[in-house]
Design a protein around this ligand. Structure first.
Ligand SMILES: [Fe+2]
Ligand SMILES: [Fe+2]
Length: 242
């Protein structure tokens, strides 16, 4: 297999996200995905804020500490909503600023970025659901349908409120969430060495990407989460529309 250089640590631009032909971020082969996993494992987790720690503790209490496909699916359901809330705030901002066309255009670029990130999270969600069906895992209706939707609703409100009051707070919460997801996915792949020998087959391969094995799929998702984190950290430094 061809060797490529280490994966880029900097987030791609919003336009490269929006125009990417595959849903997965970057263009990483097996070796680059292994490098990405090693680099995540070697990087300490962020010092999470209170809201993020409460959320992770709640998820552990309801779904257990063990990493499972079903628990990751709940994470993915929640992961999309900050981007939805930012998109909504940005569109409202355009309503109020459209006469300043340059500013409105820059705000629209934020809309596009949020939408691309939502799409990326959506492929994660659909691929996880597909794997859950494939492995025949049984899920309770309350724990895996009702509670995740309540969590997603509450998390949307929190992300929206933080974004309206002080956007950097909302980006910080998301950076914590994405950092946690990045580390959890890379650990998940490491916990399942048998996935290195299992071919990846998915109805969403055209949309998201093709991989040498199932372990690479999870390394790729972990890498996507790192890109999301780095985008939020970059936005924390220039949080307001201008
Ligand atoms: Fe995700
Ligand atoms: Fe993410």
């Amino acid at each position: 297999m061809a060797t490529r250089s280490a994966p880029p640590s900097a987030a791609p631009s919003s336009s490269s996200l929006a125009l990417g032909r595959r849903g997965a971020l970057g263009d990483l082969d097996h070796d680059a995905l292994l490098d990405a996993q090693r680099s995540t494992v070697a990087t300490p987790r962020r010092r999470y804020g209170v809201a993020a720690r409460l959320l992770f503790a709640l998820l552990d209490a309801v779904y257990g500490r063990a990493r499972t496909l079903s628990k990751f699916k709940v994470l993915e359901l929640v992961a999309r909503v900050p981007y939805q809330s930012w998109e909504q705030v940005a569109y409202i901002a355009i309503t109020h600023t459209y006469e300043q066309t340059g500013l409105a255009r820059r705000i629209y670029d934020r809309v596009s970025e949020s939408r691309a990130q939502q799409d990326n999270e959506q492929w994660h969600l659909l691929i996880l659901e597909e794997r859950i069906v494939h492995t025949g895992v049984r899920e309770g209706w309350i724990r895996f349908r009702v509670i995740p939707q309540v969590l997603a609703f509450a998390y949307y409100q929190l992300s929206w409120l933080l974004y309206v009051v002080r956007p950097a707070w909302s980006y910080r919460l998301n950076a914590d969430f994405e950092d946690h997801a990045e580390h959890e996915y890379m650990a998940f792949a490491a916990e399942h060495p048998e996935w290195d020998a299992e071919p990846f087959d998915s109805a969403f391969a055209e949309d998201y990407g093709r991989f040498a094995c199932v372990a690479d799929l999870f390394r790729q998702i972990g890498y996507d989460e790192r890109v999301h984190k780095e985008e939020s950290l970059a936005r924390m430094r220039e949080p307001r529309f201008r």
